[in-house]
Write a protein that binds this ligand. Sequence first.
Ligand SMILES: [Fe+2]
Ligand SMILES: [Fe+2]
Length: 255
Amino acid sequence: MSSLGVEIKESPISEAEFAAMQEFVSDYLAASVNNETEGGRMRWYPWHSAEYRYNHILNVVALATKIARREGADVDVTRVAAVFHDVAKLSAEQDAHAAVGADIARQFLTSRAEYPPSFVEAVCGAIEDHSYSGDLDELSLEARCLVEADLLDKIGAHGTVLLFLRMGYESRSHLDSGEVTERVLERGKDVKARVASDTADGIAHQRLERVQWFREWLGAEIAGLDDPRDADDDADSAGNSKDADDAGSRATGTR
Ligand SMILES: [Fe+2]
Ligand SMILES: [Fe+2]
């Protein structure tokens, strides 16, 4: 192909460039919190801090990159979209954070280097689409990888820890841990049902299994918690609640 003069698409993003993007996003999130006047968001929830949000972004970058590689998506488009996807999460309203994040990314990408316009548009399109709640098959492959990664970071061991932290903030006791873990399981099942790629489905399956084990261990160790292995009949009655970290405030979810 190269002998015909067709441009071979090399990776346009060096590691140094990617590190600069990460630093920009980290600084942007920190500044969003510092600039905030009091009121508004509940900063005491762990997922409302700049540290949580940036860590979530790193998790999403890792997951999205893995999915993109295995699913044949453009890895650079996917990972750059992932690093910027929640840059506006702490400064814009929830409903607007995807579009505002796309604008911030466009501004960064067009002012720092001569990236191909098609690359910039693919990245910004994926960022804009990342909070889409419809059928994932309607999205670009790269946007789909990003949404799947974003969903997967809410489940599994990590999702369980976040809901346990929330229990503490709400002064709930460890005796609620069984019910809360079942909520994570339900969330995991919802995510597994929604993801489209085999790779994301496999990761969801693995994370569901971890939470299932943990729920069983809790039941075996804590007096007063049912061991779910003994109570299959009750399985349908638990975990009907919506995303726990979204409860009461749609604008403060983790996506
Ligand atoms: Fe988001
Ligand atoms: Fe996110």
